[in-house]
Design a protein around this ligand. Sequence first.
Ligand SMILES: Cc1cc2nc3c(=O)[nH]c(=O)nc-3n(C[C@H](O)[C@H](O)[C@H](O)COP(=O)(O)O)c2cc1C
Length: 158
Amino acid sequence: MNVLIAYASKTGTTAKCAKILKALVDDATLCDLTKEKPDLSQYNCVIVGGSIRMGLIHKSSRNFIAKNKETLMRKKCAFFICNCFVNQADAYLKKNIPEELLKKAIATGSFGGEISLEDQKGFDKLIMKMVAKKGKRSENTKLHTSSEAINKFAEKIK
Ligand SMILES: Cc1cc2nc3c(=O)[nH]c(=O)nc-3n(C[C@H](O)[C@H](O)[C@H](O)COP(=O)(O)O)c2cc1C
C-alpha cells in the first residue's frame, strides 16, 4: 500500500511526529503541506496531520482537507493532530475534520504537543506560558509527544 503522510507544522512538533510515523509505516512518503502540493493519485492511503492553535488545525492542513475532501472519501484516510490539551483532542478532531471523513478514517488521534518558549514570540509566547503553567497542574495537558500514541496509530494503518 502506498501511503502519503501529509502534514503541516508551525514549530516542528508535527513534522517530527510525521517522521516517526513514516518510519513505522511501510511504503510511506512524507509531504510538508506548507511547501508542496502532493499528487494524491499515486497513493492508496492518505494520512493528514496538523498542529492545533487556538482550537484550529494548521491552515495548510485545513485547506488541503477542504480541497481534497471528495478524493479522500474515495481512499483510505487517517488524521492526526499535535496539541497540548489532550483531553480536548476528540473535540478538536470533530471541529476540524469533516464528519464524513472522520467516520471513514482508519485511524485518528492526538500525538501530544510540545512547548518551546524559546521559539515563540509576542502573543504566541504569552499563550505558551499559560499552556505551560496549566500543564504543570493538569494531567490533561501534555507537554511532550507520545511515542505510544504514534505506535498505536501506526498499528491501525498496517
Ligand atoms: C499560540 C498557540 C496556541 C495554541 N493553542 C492550542 C490549543 O488551542 N489547544 C491545544 O491543545 N494546544 C494548543 N497549543 C499547543 C500546540 O498545539 C503545541 O505546541 C504543538 O506541539 C505545536 O505543534 P507544531 O510545532 O507542529 O506547530 C498552542 C500553541 C501555541 C503556540
